[in-house]
Structures are given as C-alpha cells and as structure tokens.
Unconditional design. Structure first.
Lengths: 188, 188
DNA sequence: TTATTATAACTAATGATATTAGTTATAACA
DNA sequence: TGTTATAACTAATATCATTAGTTATAATAA
C-alpha cells in the first residue's frame, strides 16, 4: 500500500523547479500553469503535492529561507566577531544577487506569521544571535542589534534588486561600510 | 473639444481609491475588477485612465512614493542633525504602519527602473542627502551612508510588516537604537 | 503469481481575471 | 444647434486557479 505511479514527482523536485522558474522569470511567473508545463504534467496534478498556489508559495518561502540559512551558516564557519558579520552579510547579498527569484519567494508567503515559516526564519535569527554574541551586548540591546542587522541586509538586498541604488558607486563597498559603521555604533 | 462624460473620474481619484483598497485588503486585492467595483464602473473603463494593471501598479507606486516623501519632508521641518534623522525615521515606519497597502505598492512597480518611478524615488534620496549634510561626511562616504539609511528604513518596515519581528520587544525602541548606532558609527 | 489498495497522474468543467474590439452617450466647443 | 473628443459601455476571448470525479500504476498482501 504505497505510492509511486507515473511520473513520480516529489515536493523537493517541484520546489527546485519552481525556484528555477522564479530565478529566470521572477515570482510573478511562478504560476501553476507555468510550473506544470516545466514539469510536463497538468496543473491539477500539482494539488497532490501542495495546497494550491498559496500552498506552493508557502513551501517555496520556507525552501528559500532554508537555502539562505545554509549559505549564511556556511559563510560563518571559521570566522568570528566583525569578520563573521561581514562574511555573513556578503553571503546574504550574494545569494540575493545569484537567486533573485528565490530571494523574492521569501516575501510571497501568504501568511508570514505561519508557524512553519516562522520556524524557518528563526534559524537565521538564531545564527545572527550567535554571531553577535562576540560583541558582548547586554540584555535586550543584543536583540535590538539583531533587528538592525536583519533590517540592513534585507533592506539593502531588496533595494538593490529593485533598482533602488542608481549611482555608479560600488555596492559591495557600500554594504561593508554600512555594516562596519553599524557594528561600531552598536559596540560603542 | 473637451471631455467630461458620465461619471467623470480622474486619475487622482482612482489612485486614492486604489490606495484605500490596498490599505484595507493588501495589494493582491487591488485588481481591476475590485477597483472598478469600488468606483462603480466596469473594468474596461479603467483603460481610459491608465495602461492596464501594469500601468495602474506603476502609477500607484509613484503615488505611494510621493506620499511617503511628503510625510518625510514634513517630519524634517524645524529639526536638524541626529534629531532630524530620527524624526524622518519615525515618520517613515509610521507611514508604513498606517498605510501598509500603500507602502506595499512601492514594491509593485512592474519596472522599478522606469524613469518616472526613479524620479519619484530620487526626491526621497535628495531629502536624505540634505539631512545627512549636517554630519559633514566626506565625498562618496556620504552616499554610502544614504544607502545605509534607506536600507535600514525599508528593511525595518518591510520586516515589521511581514511579521519578521516576533519578540515582545518595543519596535520604536529598536528603530531608534539601531538608527542612533548607525549614525554614531557613520560619524565616528 | 495474483489481487488489493493507495496515490499520483489525468480529463472536464467552472468562475474569476485581464484584456481587446467596437459602440454609445455626454459635455465642451464652434 | 451641430460637431467632436472622450469616458463610459457591451461583448467576446484567453489565461488562470480550482474542484470534482476518473484512471492508471506500483507497492504490498494473499
């Protein structure tokens, strides 16, 4: 009494394909019709794997957050203090650059308060908390700092992606200057 | 040879109505069908005022950016230096809280690189540059700082709106702490 | 080996949407 | 009073998500 008919898709494969679609054409093109076409099945068949378009967007948001988290965790290996923060920051914006659609998917969760989505996001928060521990911030101040760190990274990536930074001024330099300034101010 | 038949809508009224729709139900509910219903006309009639859904989203993005700019310019009156930056910051996040849909509309421009959209955004950039002048930052450093300032504000507002800050930790306090830290670090 | 069963695909149909083409009615002006 | 520009309209189409019900396959049980 087990499954495995015809094509034999699983959710992981579907999300990977949806991620490719997102990176190539943007999230607004991640429709059930386009996804089904790429998977060579019919749109209604997708309902066997997730709960309609909102379900896909939720799963894809979680998938995206987890991929970002992996990238950040990897960047944080073998470094500490300010250099760890800089390494994570670069990894973050580089992910958004390399995978604009997957990054965009993090913003398409139908309910960002959803428990599963929050749990995925909490991993990144925890990683950040651990890295900021080196700065010996006291009590709530450390949590305010985490909010600032996340705001800078998401704001920077989002604005960069949407053409918000028009000046011919090096983006990586901006990020590093901004992040070092923030850290200096937080630790002072 | 002038117009003015039947209802007599103009673009300003339409955008105001669309903004109300956005604030009440979110941008995904700002459809031509819903907008036409609220305006008591038929969907195709909207094509006399803008170029389809992409056109509406572009106009609404510009409208939103301009409303934010007004709010910020107002908040910057009669203050300077750090206090001006704090005042603008609070005005920014408060606008996003009071008008979540209109704020969201800034992200729905079909082409963020569009000339008209960029021109609207440039006003906010220029306002920021003027306020940061008080810090006597030299050369490009000032421009990097502007990028940081905007990243923090957009990132903070966006994350707050999407339920990214779950801890029972005062949000206004976070913003002020983060912004003061950034300014301290930038000016140091 | 054969029968059962769970399940992942399918077809068909529906409702909502944006959009286009072509029409009508109204208000300003000559 | 007649002309004209234009903002509304109706009708029709294509695309999409979604639901209901069906079919076919592959793993297990007999």
């Amino acid at each position: 009494m087990s499954p495995r008919p015809k094509v034999g898709l699983d959710l992981a494969t579907i999300l990977e394909t949806a991620g490719e679609l997102a990176d190539q054409y943007g999230m607004q093109e991640v429709t059930l019709a386009n996804l089904a076409k790429k998977l060579m099945i019919r749109p209604p068949s997708l309902y066997n794997h997730f709960d309609g378009l909102p379900g896909l967007r939720k799963q894809l948001a979680i998938y995206a957050i987890e991929r970002i988290n992996e990238e950040l965790a990897n960047a944080a290996i073998g470094v500490s203090g300010t250099e760890a923060v800089i390494a994570i920051s670069k990894a973050y914006v580089n992910f958004a650059r390399k995978h604009p659609g997957i990054y965009e998917a993090t913003l398409f969760a139908p309910d960002p308060e959803d428990e599963d989505v929050q749990r995925a996001g909490a991993k990144i928060v925890n990683l950040t908390i651990r890295v900021l521990k080196a700065f010996n911030l006291e009590g709530d101040y450390s949590l305010h700092a985490v909010r600032g760190f996340r705001s800078i990274l998401h704001g920077f990536s989002s604005l960069e992606q949407r053409g918000g930074f028009k000046l011919s001024l090096d983006l990586d330099e901006s990020l590093e200057i901004v992040m070092r300034a923030f850290l200096k101010g937080i630790a002072a």
